[in-house]
Design a binder for this molecule. Structure first.
Ligand SMILES: [Zn+2]
Length: 144
């Protein structure tokens, strides 16, 4: 099969991810796993957004011909709508995060904390491939 790849570098795994002190260096397989994981995340979030948006469209449609409905029904469909909206918002946030991580991956910045510039650490990235901040900075941010 002829490759359509036009990049100068034929090796897809020429990416080096920094490690924290005491971590083993990343193997090509581990790097590839992260890449797969990020791509799967992006695909999953895009689907989740579609589903949530389709659900929202349905709910809004229901809302327009809901004249004469029981107020309790209206209340529960408002609740449903809020739920769908926050689902869609969550998925969008996660998609953005996954896309950012993937871009950093491709540009070779992946694995470096975007706040302090220290290695994020292998353990954390393997559990949470979307991480773009080290644990310390993340906790500091969440406390704000
Ligand atoms: Zn940091």
């Amino acid at each position: 099969m002829a490759s359509a790849r036009t990049k100068d570098d034929p090796k897809a795994t020429a990416i080096t991810i920094p490690v924290a002190e005491g971590d083993d260096p990343w193997t090509d397989e581990e790097v590839e796993e992260i890449r797969q994981e990020l791509m799967a995340d992006i695909a999953r979030m895009e689907r989740a957004i579609e589903v949530a948006e389709a659900g929202l469209a349905d709910l809004f449609e229901e809302g327009t011909d809901g004249a004469g409905r029981d107020p309790a029904d209206v209340g529960s469909s408002n609740f449903e709508r809020d739920q769908e909206m926050s689902l869609a918002q969550n998925a969008r946030d996660m998609l953005e995060q996954a896309q950012l991580a993937y871009r950093m991956f491709e540009s070779g910045e992946y694995g470096t904390c975007e706040t302090c510039g220290q290695p994020i650490g292998k353990d954390r990235l393997q559990v949470f491939p979307r991480a773009t901040m080290c644990v310390t900075c993340k906790q500091r941010e969440e406390r704000r």
